[in-house]
Design a protein around this ligand. Structure first.
Ligand SMILES: *Cc1c(COP(=O)(O)O)cnc(C)c1O
Length: 384
């Protein structure tokens, strides 16, 4: 599966992106949304902004979901049209907002009254109208890691449901603001479809509330959050987009002419990426053996940051006898651990070790701590 003979002369660690799988994933998404005429998908750039990966995603026709001015810039450079760019974030700076206005992005997902006022001022300074949707905090808890739930009541993200009518009325009275919809995002790595169903029910409630006051919502953006199977990257390389889109089709009461927007990140790129690293030493402790890699938390921080599990395999010795290791990195931090008491084919110094399902929140979260170089990302087709 991995062209290890071609890896010999490349410096490790590096990210390897399976573009065939990326294209299959994008085709699956396009086939599924093709069943619904009102679905639009914006890829969440923050999951992986490698320019070569972004280019393939933009060529598949998806839009982009950005959370900073530089992400908008990266999206435009990768060929995403401004008319398909949405921009969320709790603390957009004036410079970032102006960049969005000057480029005529599709929509600002506005997260506070304070921000609404600033967008109004800045749009006025350019004699333009900015399209905005309000990010409403739906108080729907997702069954995922507490650091990545975002939809609970008291949270830095979004606007409380109780304030929804008030902010919409304010927006409607602003000359340089066009209110075009509502935005939600309940969290990440969600595998229980009931969580998305709960969001649908909440959206239905809110829409009824708004209709009683004659407020029409043209766009509903339900965010991202679909999870991937970190335990079995080979069995389920493409996430279950069919069920994901169906949950919304079945449970959300869609109004005439209304568009439904999605912002998947992890589910688009998570399984396409592998961190390729080498064993530097196999160190015998008193009770344990440590497999010490040349990749560390600076290259892939998810295990240290979220206690995340990644499937790890010794691709130089795939049929070797299984042994137990603590798989660790070289960084001067005790949390620089990929896995503890992990069963893996026996490793020797120099073996290639693959850390799987690292396409999302991997390369983009890399840092230079310990003066390390940033890992390079290669596409599988570059090895052909
Ligand atoms: C992070 C984020 C996403 C993408 O989340 P995934 O879990 O990677 O699908 C989508 N929308 C917003 C607003 C986000 O912050």
């Amino acid at each position: 599966m991995f062209p290890i003979d071609k890896f010999q002369n490349i410096e490790t660690p590096f990210y390897y992106y399976d573009t065939e799988l990326l294209r299959t994933t994008l085709n699956t998404i396009n086939n599924e949304i093709g069943k619904y005429e009102n679905y639009c998908v914006h890829y969440a750039i923050k999951a992986n902004a490698n320019p070569k990966v972004l280019r393939i995603i933009s060529e598949a026709g998806l839009g982009a979901d950005c959370v900073s001015g530089n992400e908008i810039k990266a999206a435009l450079e990768a060929g995403f049209p401004a008319s398909k760019i949405v921009y969320a974030g709790v603390a957009k700076t004036d410079k970032e907002i102006l960049f969005g206005i000057d480029n005529d992005i599709f929509c600002f997902n506005c997260e506070s009254i304070e921000e609404l006022e600033v967008i109004q001022q800045l749009a006025a300074s350019r004699s333009k109208k900015a399209r905005i949707a309000f990010r409403i905090n739906p108080d729907v808890g997702a069954h995922t890691h507490s650091n990545i739930t975002t939809g609970l009541a008291e949270n830095k993200f979004g606007i409380p449901m109780a304030d929804m009518e008030k902010v919409i009325m304010l927006a409607k009275n602003m000359p340089n603001i066009e209110f075009i919809g509502l935005h939600f995002h309940i969290g990440s790595q969600i595998l229980e479809m009931e969580d998305f169903e709960a969001l649908c029910n909440r959206i239905n409630e809110l829409q009824e509330r708004l209709e009683e006051q004659g407020i029409v919502v043209q766009n509903i953006n339900v965010g991202g959050g679909l999870g991937i199977d970190y335990e079995n990257p080979n069995q389920k390389p493409v996430p279950d987009f069919k069920s994901f889109f169906e949950v919304y089709a079945k449970n959300m009461k869609v109004r005439h002419g209304q568009k439904i927007h999605f912002e998947p990140g992890r589910s688009v790129v998570g399984q396409i990426g592998t961190l390729i690293t080498r064993t530097i030493y196999v160190k015998k402790g008193t009770k344990k053996e440590f497999c010490i890699l040349d990749a560390g938390m600076t290259d892939l921080i998810r295990p240290a940051l979220y206690d995340a599990y990644h499937y790890i395999e010794n691709i130089s010795n795939p049929n070797g006898v299984s042994k137990e290791y603590d798989v660790v990195g070289p960084i001067c931090e005790s949390s620089d651990v990929f896995a503890k008491n992990y069963d893996m084919a026996e490793t020797r110094r120099g073996d290639f070790i693959a850390i799987r399902s690292a396409g999302a929140y991997g390369e983009i979260m890399a840092s230079q701590y310990n003066c390390r170089p940033l890992p390079i990302g290669y596409l599988s087709e570059e090895f052909k």
